[in-house]
Design a protein around this ligand. Sequence first.
Ligand code: SAM
Ligand code: SF4
Length: 341
Amino acid sequence: MDNDSNQDSDMRVNPIVDSYGRVHRSLRISVTDRCNIRCFYCMPENVKFLPQDSILTFEEIHRVVEILAKQGVSRVRLTGGEPLVRSELWNLVKLLKSVSGIEEIALTTNGILLKDQAEKLKSSGLDRINVSLDSIDRDKFKEITRRDALDKVLAGLDAAIDAGFTNTRINAVSVKGISETEVIPLVSWAQEQGLHLRFIEFMPLDGDQAWQDQQVFSGTMLRAIIETEFGALVPVERDRSSQPSTDFQLSEGGSHIGFIDSVTEPFCQSCDRMRITAEGKFRNCLFSTEEWDLKQLIRSNASNDQIEQRIRDGIQHKKLGHGSDSGRFVRPERAMYQIGG
Ligand code: SAM
Ligand code: SF4
């Protein structure tokens, strides 16, 4: 069947809207569940990864992005697992960059393979990079990630800057009992480097299923620690209402420090994000317990309209809030590396 046979009859944008009126413009695509480190809050030490033929090809991802871009999706983030372990990821960046309507392609990475790939990613059209880094102390980094790779991450960051990436953000997951000693050094380092640092609360999506609410190092606690050391934080206006982080500056002109308080202060009301897992399951929320299979449709020669309809079905089931801050919360079966953070 011609996949495009019935898709272009109506060129008007019909945005992807859920039953609460939230318009979805942002898509997070997991390109692999594999990773080259083992952050304890994400992945178990011993993992059975997906077989290669069960993950979406670049062409299949491109097709889904084209379908969604026609309906107003303009931002794509590539994630994983570790996206840079997917062979020649820059070719996917090139493909997606050519999609009309896509305004920004971003990447979330642990940075380990950036040194070798930063230039290719930049010349292929990647717009922005977030590097995950929870500590700038070698031993602490190893304790958290179960691998001795801090030097590689820092070299990767340097390579990204040399390749011309700007607005690079650092994502740091904060966990009580582990991150207390890391907060001030991280803030000082990020300020020196002129990098935008964002603290993310530990969410119940760890592969070991050992998360406990006492381990959540809340944004409120973090801000208090930072203010004790550096003085009052200066609030910064949001770039977009759907921006998940609340940003501050240490002082006028300093780089931003953001707090993604997903557990203690969920921002579901303004969420505009959709997700596709590496094996092609559509998810309407990080914490969703339901998924909609796109790969099965794609590989059975379905039309673009059928694929779009399945996504719309999934978005209609999006809940008003994920509830991780309430007693009614049901933990998803998947861990973060299996969804795509
Ligand atoms: N491997 C890449 C990386 O680490 O940046 C991309 C995938 S990773 C799953 C995406 C983001 O999720 C990272 O910033 C990571 O720190 C964060 N993350 C993973 N598990 C988490 C958890 N249980 N709670 C909060 N953030 C988590
Ligand atoms: Fe790998 Fe990223 Fe998960 Fe760490 S957070 S184990 S780097 S996928």
